[in-house]
Design a protein around this ligand. Structure first.
Ligand code: SF4
Length: 418
């Protein structure tokens, strides 16, 4: 019988780099959150559209209900409403983002003349040794010589790239094991679609190299399988931003806490050395080393904050800290219809009662998609649309965007002329 994998592709970035993590996480509950449920809703919408040929826009205003038993479109007469953990009304934004993912798949399938399998369960037992374990790939496309694995990332937080991405490599390897008998597969293409970040990342690996990588995965899985509560994990911990971000043990992992402590306190050249403020050199190399560690420290702070909130909610004591009510959001009408009727009864002018706002280019584009604006009208609007440049942001050297060229001398000249 197929079972959800303990050594799953989605957590491979963690257990492959930190083999101590599965034992540390054992017995800790999954903490579902609204972002994860939103992602589940987007994946279900995409799957329904790809499998049954709907357009995502057809499902706008329909409610997806996420429960412990799975996900489906909400029916008002459905039993067991109490089981529902989250509900999502599909809005036009979700429909547009899912449409981008579907367009990407359609284009690749047409160009590669590929056959597509969606929400495809793939056996993992031959990779991790875990009996009956499967993982579900969002989309697997098969051609004569190539397997293409496409993963929808609905989050807009961290940008995710395909190159050497352990989750996609595991799906690719599992697909290779499953479909290699049907065709002579030479390469596996891994694609991440992250429509809310306007990001598509693609990387290709040869079938042979992927199989060789699979050997190291199997060896790590065997090592993890051999561990129990009596094992010495000291040399297996490997804290890193990617590994620790979603680790269920992150708030109580000594190795992670010590690593953050050393990172913050050390002089950024020798992590085991004591703090030597006098020697601190804030040159470019030192700043780069410090900057690289910001993500790791931020994730640790989030984990500690969440664990503190969880303990306080559970009524446990955390030193002198307590939960208090925050200032709350902006004031709003308790019942808009009642407020509107009351204001009307006060004979307020329409202009005083309502705010009128011009629609945005995004709203206009929705009108174009809905057929309210025609092609000619939409084209006329193009010259009126600008996209302001974003603020400068720091990116690693591998980022594909052009570096902003700054010239401090010219900037200085401008200031002296003013
Ligand atoms: S918090 Fe990080 S170092 Fe600790 S077990 Fe989890 S992944 Fe490993």
């Amino acid at each position: 019988m197929a079972t959800h994998a303990k050594l799953s592709p989605s957590s491979a970035v963690r257990w492959l780099s930190c083999p101590a993590a599965p034992l540390m996480e054992r017995g800790k509950p999954n903490t579902a959150n609204s972002y994860a449920a939103e992602g589940t809703a987007a994946h279900h919408l995409a799957d329904q559209c790809l499998s049954f040929g709907y357009s995502p826009s057809d499902k706008v205003s329909k409610v997806l209900a996420v429960s412990s038993k799975g996900i489906g479109f909400f029916k008002h007469d459905q039993p067991n409403k109490k089981d529902i953990a989250f509900e999502y009304e599909v809005d036009q934004d979700m429909a547009d983002y899912v449409q981008e993912y579907i367009d990407l798949i359609d284009n690749i399938m047409a160009a590669a003349k590929a056959e597509g399998f969606f929400e495809q369960a793939l056996p993992l037992e031959s990779i991790t040794g875990e009996k009956g374990a499967t993982g579900t790939a969002d989309a697997v496309l098969i051609t004569d010589k190539e397997i293409i694995v496409i993963d929808l990332k609905y989050g807009q937080g961290n940008q995710v790239d395909a190159e050497r991405n352990p989750q996609l490599m595991m799906y690719g390897l599992a697909a290779l094991n499953e479909f290699d008998v049907l065709a002579e597969i030479e390469s596996v293409r891994l694609i991440i679609s992250q429509p809310r970040r306007q990001h598509v990342s693609e990387w290709t690996i040869s079938a042979d190299e992927l199989k060789a990588w699979g050997e190291t995965v199997s060896n790590t899985a065997k090592l993890i399988d051999s561990l129990d509560e009596t094992s010495d994990l000291t040399d297996l911990f490997a804290p890193s931003e990617d590994a620790c971000r979603y680790c269920k043990a992150s708030a109580e992992c000594k190795a992670y806490a010590e690593h953050v402590h050393r990172t913050v306190c050390a002089d950024f050249e020798d992590l085991d050395a004591p703090l030597t403020v006098d020697d601190a050199k804030y040159d470019g190399d030192t700043l780069a080393k410090m900057f690289e560690r910001i993500g790791l420290i931020k994730e640790w702070i989030k984990a500690v904050e969440q664990a503190t909130v969880d303990k306080l909610y559970a009524g446990e004591s955390v030193g002198d800290f307590k939960l208090v009510q925050s200032r709350g959001g902006r004031r709003k009408w308790l019942d808009e219809e009642q407020a509107e009727a009351t204001l009307k009864a006060m004979r307020l002018k329409v202009d005083d009662m309502y705010n009128k706002k011009l629609i945005s280019p995004t709203d206009a584009e929705k009108l174009k998609k809905a057929g309210t604006l025609g092609d000619i009208q939409w084209n006329k609007l193009q010259d009126l649309i600008v996209k302001p440049a974003g603020n400068p942001t720091i990116a690693p050297g591998s980022d594909k965007r052009e570096a902003i060229i700054t010239n401090p001398v010219e900037m200085f000249d401008d200031l002296t002329e003013a």
